[in-house]
Design a protein around this ligand. Sequence first.
Ligand SMILES: [Zn+2]
Length: 108
Amino acid sequence: MTRRRWTAKRRLALFEAHKGTCHICGEKIDGTREAWDVEHIIPLAMGGDDDEGNCAPAHASCHKAKTKEDAGNIAKANRVRAKHFGARDTTKRKMSYRRFNGEPVWRD
Ligand SMILES: [Zn+2]
């Protein structure tokens, strides 16, 4: 995957292609007054590309909130994977006895 730099010219072309609309909240971005970022529709960490097909403008504030959420999803995906691999070793069966004076007494 070749990564091209997001130059001012390239950013402007992307902004115009999306009619200056925030990809996340759907509101217009006032490019002269509001900060905006190039947002990856599929995050790079989830295998998304850094090209125009996977990018859209988004308010800096919206982008920040989504990046945080994506990071949470990625962490969750990793946790689920870890749990899957560890499941066999960590799952303990409930013992079917109770203790009586410290001695296990089997239920009948
Ligand atoms: Zn927005």
